[in-house]
Design a binder for this molecule. Structure first.
Ligand code: GDP
Length: 464
């Protein structure tokens, strides 16, 4: 694997676990068979007679073994396999924060026999050693990156095994259904033994299909963890930048840059009373005049397609243009909110325009004077919260990987249903059920492929 180191490796790894930059405390963590030996080689306890009880903190100094120089005052703890984050022998050095001191301690652990950990390698080991399943590992990342308090709570419930339990129980149901079909195959030659198709149909529909539909709908709750992907769309001069700036000024916004395929997308994180928005900057929807603009427009289009929420900005001081109409058309069936901007100017939308806008929820604002901004915020919050299945906090918020696996399972169970209805040989029904069972197993990591592990853990930071 490229991003993620070899999961079969049984060596000792080390990494700085706290963010880079100055800080009161920084942590270097070490895991693997030599973890205790590595740290003990570098640590001079204040009390030389300590007994090294696991899970106790010991005070002392980190010593450079070559110079015998004390580098920093630290607290050290050792944990014994399997009672640690990774299930391996494990140690933590709490030193002062700061890049130089932490890098030096990290280097000393490497000199003493550890190697630098790759992204997510501690969590990968926790998974490979059976302490957590894949959904729990993914939730660790969600917890770190959650964009709202509700997302944090959901990630925490997932770490405690909320999603794992549900998927494992669904898988058990599918295995029980498969067992019935297989019994029918085994006894097929004996007269009078086949499967009771109506009972099986019911078991698949109620026991498998219905819960999967519920889980798929719950995918929408991911917005609490990831933020609501929001696009401000509208023609040039409608007032998108002015509105964005006003929202940024009035809220505590964090502007970040998230890597896109051909250019970085500037994202602004806004938290509207606990509702996290990821406002994406788009190039607008004018006609492209050159290649660079075309690329920009292509991006805008993709962002629009992928957005969870579209804020359509209309300049109500002018008649609607074909561009406005095209945009409104694209919003059909999508979650959107129309913002009628420039209410400080006389309205010129006209009756025909009004009729067109009547189909959508709209709010009236002036980005120039700030009038109506409070109403806009409330309308955005209501639109997000009223979307089906978003409001309630729950243990279940499948991410994209889970969603795709659930869709694969649902399609396989559909084929199994069809097979039973068309009285196909039970072997074919069994094959489809097994395909669905494998897809469910993939969610929790019972069947895991290297590529999947790489995809998941390469997104982790080093030290996690
Ligand atoms: P964008 O191209 O959609 O990003 O539009 P801008 O935010 O750059 O605004 C275009 C022009 O409209 C600028 O001159 C703004 O000052 C002006 N503008 C934006 N919002 C309002 C508004 O609410 N009222 C008035 N009168 N002018 C506005």
């Amino acid at each position: 694997m490229n991003g993620t180191p070899d999961p079969a490796a049984n060596d000792t790894i080390s990494a700085i676990a706290t963010p880079t930059g100055p800080g009161g405390i920084g942590i270097v963590r070490v895991s693997g068979p030599m973890a205790h030996a590595v740290v003990r080689k570098l640590f001079r306890p204040r009390n030389p007679a300590i007994l090294w009880t696991p899970q106790r903190l010991y005070y002392g100094h980190i010593i450079d073994p070559e110079t015998r120089e004390a580098l920093d005052e630290v607290l050290v703890s050792l944990m014994q396999s399997p009672h640690s984050y990774t299930c391996e022998d494990y140690a933590e050095i709490n030193s002062h924060g700061g890049r130089v001191v932490l890098s030096k301690i990290l280097q000393l652990t490497v000199d003493a026999g550890a190697r630098l950990a790759g992204p997510g390698e501690f969590t990968l080991r926790a998974y490979l050693n059976g302490r957590i399943d894949l959904t729990q590992a993914e939730a660790v990342m969600d917890l770190i990156q959650s964009r709202s308090e509700q997302g944090l709570l959901m990630a925490s419930r997932q770490i405690q095994g909320g999603l794992r339990k549900e998927i494992a129980s669904l898988r058990e149901t599918a295995v029980a259904v498969l067992a019935r079909v297989e019994t029918a195959i085994d006894f097929m030659d004996e007269e009078g033994v086949g499967f009771d198709s109506s009972e099986l149909l019911e078991a698949i529909l109620d026991g498998l299909k219905r819960p999967i539909e519920g889980f798929l709908a719950a995918h929408r709750r991911r917005v609490w963890v990831e933020g609501v992907g929001t696009v401000l769309a509208g023609r040039v001069n409608a007032g998108k930048s002015s509105l964005l700036n006003r929202l940024i000024d009035e809220e505590r916004a964090i502007v970040t840059s998230s890597p896109g395929t051909t250019r970085d997308v500037i994202e602004t994180l806004l938290n509207l009373d606990g509702v996290p928005l990821r406002l994406m900057d788009t190039a607008g929807f004018r006609r492209a005049r050159n290649a660079a603009e075309r690329i920009g427009l292509e991006h805008s289009r993709r962002e629009l397609e992928e957005a969870d929420l579209i804020l359509v900005v209309i300049d109500q001081s002018r008649a609607l243009t074909t561009e406005d109409l095209e945009l409104l058309d694209r919003c059909k069936g999508r979650e959107h909110l129309v913002i009628r901007n420039k209410i400080d100017l006389p309205p010129r939308i006209g009756r025909a325009g009004e009729e067109l806008l009547a189909a959508s929820t709209s709010v009236r604002v002036s980005a120039l004077t700030g009038e109506g901004m409070e109403g806009l915020r409330t309308a955005i919050k209501n639109t997000v919260l009223s979307a089906e299945n978003r409001g309630a906090c729950s243990d279940i918020a499948p991410n994209l990987r889970h969603k795709q696996a659930l869709e694969t399972a649902a399609a396989a169970f559909d084929r199994a249903l069809e097979g039973i209805r068309s009285e196909n040989p039970p072997e074919i029904v069994a094959f489809e059920l097994q395909t669905g069972i494998d897809a469910l197993g993939g969610i929790i990591g019972e069947v895991s492929h290297e590529a999947v592990l790489e995809e998941i853990f390469s997104r982790f930071c080093i030290g996690k």
